[in-house]
Design a protein around this ligand. Structure first.
Ligand SMILES: Cc1cc2nc3c(=O)[nH]c(=O)nc-3n(C[C@H](O)[C@H](O)[C@H](O)COP(=O)(O)O)c2cc1C
Length: 145
């Protein structure tokens, strides 16, 4: 089993409609090919983790790489894993836009600031830590089909 994590910049300002579009079409495809994962979206960037078999993760990453809705794709990690972190999620979408000020300040203090929002980190441990911090904040907008 493998996990890929990457960060990219959206070509258009991100909002829920755009993120939902991606999640809605991803969820059934990912379930079909045994891929699980999470997609974080700020107003400007994506951070995505994908877990599954070597061939499946690679095939999906190739499709995503070609997608013209984003650019500046940066590979954060490609790791062998013993177990999935995102079991049960074909693709969980989490938006970090319109956060309450207190939470945003806390996360900006911890992870840094980029384009007026929380910086999505380029280190694997920090990326997983941010995903986990955000997952634990139940009041955040989380979208699941
Ligand atoms: C940030 C981002 C994340 C995406 N995540 C997935 C995903 O997890 N699964 C998926 O099937 N497609 C995902 N897509 C869509 C793919 O890039 C692609 O459009 C889709 O798989 C259809 O590919 P095809 O037109 O080559 O068949 C994502 C697109 C973007 C921009």
């Amino acid at each position: 089993m493998y996990r890929i994590i990457y960060k990219s910049r959206s070509v258009a300002p991100l909002n829920w409609t755009l993120v939902q579009d991606i999640i809605m079409s991803s969820e059934p495809r990912n379930e079909q090919s045994g891929i699980t994962g999470v997609l974080l979206a700020s107003e400007t960037h994506f951070l995505q983790a994908l877990e599954g078999k070597f061939e499946d993760v690679n095939a999906l990453f190739r499709r995503i790489f070609r997608d013209d809705r984003h650019e500046e794709l940066t590979l954060i990690s490609f790791s062998v894993i013993d177990a999935r972190l995102f079991r049960g999620w074909g693709m969980l979408g989490i938006g970090t836009f319109n956060l309450n000020q207190e939470i945003e300040s806390e996360l900006v203090e911890k992870y840094g600031e980029e384009d007026g929002g929380i910086r999505f980190p380029l280190e694997e441990w920090a990326a997983l830590s941010l995903i986990n911090d955000i997952k634990l904040m139940r009041e955040l907008p989380v979208w699941k089909q």
